[in-house]
Design a protein around this ligand. Sequence first.
Ligand code: DON
Length: 580
Amino acid sequence: MHCFTLRSRHPVSVFTVALLAFTIFSIPACGQVQETALSDGGMVSSQQWIASQVGADVLAAGGNAVDAAIATGFALAVTHPTAGNIGGGGFMVVRFPNGQSTTIDFREKAPLTAHPEMWLDENGDYSFEVHHRSHRAVGVPGTVAGFDKAHRLYGSSDWGDLVEPAVGLASDGFVLSEALAGSMARFVSGRASQYEATVAAFTNNGASYVAGDTWRQPDLGRTLERIRDDRSDGFYRGTTARLIAAEMRRGNGLITEEDLYRYEARERTPITGTYRGYEVISMPPPSSGGVAIVTALNILEEFDLSSMGHNSAQYLHHLAEAMRRAFRDRATHLADADFVDVPTQHLTSKDYAAWLRRDLDPERASVSHPSDVDQPYESPETTHYSVVDADGMAVSVTYTLESGYGSGIVVPSGGFLLNNEMGDFNAGPGLTNTSGLIGTEPNLARPQQRMLSSMSPSIVAHDGDLVAVVGSPGGRTIINTTLQIILNMVDFGMNIQEAVNAPRMHHQWLPDRIRLEGDAVVQDVVQALEALGHTVQMGGRQGSANSIGVNPLSGERMGAPDPRSADSGAVGASVSRVRR
Ligand code: DON
């Protein structure tokens, strides 16, 4: 099996410590994907094992969890191009060893000239294509500013050392897996074929790469060098900013150098809730995830879920009813709280959950009323990763380009993909219809507003001890995937790997149906749910929840990659942390 060599600006110290840590503590060693990893020190779990290894090496070299999260994020931008990014945005939730917590919001923003009608043509007709697939679908990227902010506030390693492994992976290349090579081939022969720079970046002189090829991305390597040397200025000013703005002009997009210059990541207070004595820490608006998860947990807390049995009809019915109510509120209230008044305290209170529970009938499904509000389209391509360091600092990151490979637009000479996150804004004023368009006010595109998200990076603690770092991709299913992992641990006593592996379900108020992963339940359960009044649909896989659990007694970290993703991997790091 081929292993790559990490580049470091201090090759002896970092690589030697990393190698030692690997030899002694790491499960898996090089290239073993999808396996549970155990460590007494640090742990990184992500959708792409090479990026997990980069993060684990930062931990082994003395970096803290924020450092490792930044290095993992930059590495994913090279090795997991469907969702890893510098041209997109996302959220980071941090819990410190003293139990305090914070979040960094690096969600994309609408450009200064954005407006609610920007996806309508001269006749006032809405275009899905322009909204989701054009240069006008691109939001001002936030990832580099978010990592820079997180590092300035809470990092401890040298910034350049965190970017350098990604520079090496881009410039020197890495060996493509079967899953990634296949996905890239489909991408370039499909919607990317119209973009010359994308085809150049994702093919070998026009020919598709195959598994086992080494994929080099020299333009991306140079962009990462600018970020390594100039931090976020290497992205939001100078060469990179000029390249982005030029591509926007070429494709009739809206983002200018001023938009890039003005982008700011924000530190925000987390959403917190309690569930059967556990503390849940998650992302506030512009994510809807934290609020929806806490609302659903509050509703469910009064029911004896464990006695119902895992994935029994009774259990799934109660879950669906809690999800239905949480998602109705999501559609009604959630948007960027810098622009819209979002009643987060009320929505996450136990009293409000009691009110929501009043009409939850254990024997009968409620009915969602489509006339209340319809919901917008969201794609299921994003990535989540989790980090815990030897001191117990925990970092939960979900970030995205929105669709797989985002807009499909690679910035010429920049070598990186731009997002299509503007698609998470509502289509246009008054455009609500039964096919799923939404035109309600709070989440319309306005200059500098951040589009509503479902990404829910979360952390669970108990009695002051860290218990788990969780989250997932999957559009609106993210909320329910994260919720079920928490329930699996708390109500059903599963360890984190069991909790991640367990089959999942989804209900999002509208459309009014339960979607079950293929192997979730037996036919009797489906029939029992239908008898309660539910519509049940069997679906494909739901999410990729690369998580970490911590044994409260021994402190042992369990890295749980999600077996639903072919290249996921968890990597442990040495306990011999160098404190700074
Ligand atoms: O922010 C959001 O909620 C969506 N743009 C996320 C898209 C997503 O999860 C795609 N994932 N797999």
